[in-house]
Write a protein that binds this ligand. Structure first.
Ligand SMILES: *[C@@H]1O[C@H](CO)[C@@H](O)[C@H](O)[C@H]1NC(C)=O
Ligand SMILES: *[C@@H]1O[C@H](CO)[C@@H](O)[C@H](O)[C@H]1NC(C)=O
Length: 226
């Protein structure tokens, strides 16, 4: 009898352990940032209820993110102030240098917010340099230096020392982590990933959204206004 009772407690132990773990998981509070994550395009923050809001999760070193940018940019030009864009950097863990690149965007944004998108475009342009294979033998320090050199046309030569020291600033590390956690909290699993007016855009296939697709999504939303 005694033996049976002891056995019966084992499943209970695991049950309570599971409950405990789940509770911890659910209750762990992600640090709340002092302001909501994201880089606002054209410096024009979305006006609540006035503009259609597109949020894009981009990994600066992801070829699919790069491919999706020109048609989105073209759509933004077409709609002007009717559509706002906020980009969230989302560093994919299997891109070895993606966190550094995302951090570079946060550093640039902090130094001069007008330089964030130009830097993102430089990353898209020179992306291949920072893929896993070509950087396999490089140190983290040399990758940071190389990215800083690449960033000069966006940040300006005078900002180079502050840009470099930005990589030693724990605040830019936190900001980049927050971007990642923000994506996780919205169930982002890859890039590019888009939300329109807060709703996830589920693409039927892997082909990038072209200009026409953006028009087909946004035109009806604007038509139903006014
Ligand atoms: C900020 O960045 C923009 C875009 O790269 C550049 O045109 C501008 O001169 C920069 N401003 C300063 C103060 O460096
Ligand atoms: C950043 O920190 C590293 C390691 O502590 C140091 O070697 C490097 O010189 C620092 N860089 C800058 C620009 O402060």
């Amino acid at each position: 009898m005694k033996k049976t009772a002891a056995h019966a407690t084992v499943p209970f132990f695991f049950f309570f352990l599971l409950v405990f773990c789940l509770r911890v998981h659910v209750e762990a509070q992600v640090p709340i940032p002092i302001q909501i994550d994201g880089f606002v395009y054209r410096g024009a923050p979305p006006v609540w209820g006035k503009s259609v809001v597109v949020e894009a999760f981009f990994d600066p070193l992801c070829p699919d993110s790069r491919a999706s940018w020109p048609p989105l940019k073209q759509a933004l030009r077409h709609y002007s102030r009717l559509v706002s864009l906020v980009v969230h950097p989302f560093a994919l863990p299997y891109h070895s240098n993606a966190f550094i690149a995302s951090r570079a965007l946060h550093i640039a944004n902090k130094l001069n917010s007008s330089s964030t998108y130009p830097l993102l475009e430089l990353f898209f342009k020179f992306q291949e340099k920072y893929y896993n294979k070509p950087t396999y033998d490089l140190s983290r320090a040399s990758i940071v230096k190389d990215m800083a050199r690449m960033a000069i046309p966006a940040i300006g030569k005078n900002s180079l020392p502050s840009f470099l020291s930005g990589f030693n600033d724990s605040a830019t590390d936190s900001a980049t982590r927050i971007s990642f956690k923000y994506g996780c909290s919205r169930a982002v699993t890859g890039t590019p990933f888009f939300f329109v007016n807060g709703m996830p855009l589920l693409q039927a296939d892997d082909s990038p959204l072209d200009y026409k697709a953006w028009r087909n999504i946004i035109d009806p939303l604007l038509a139903k206004r006014s």
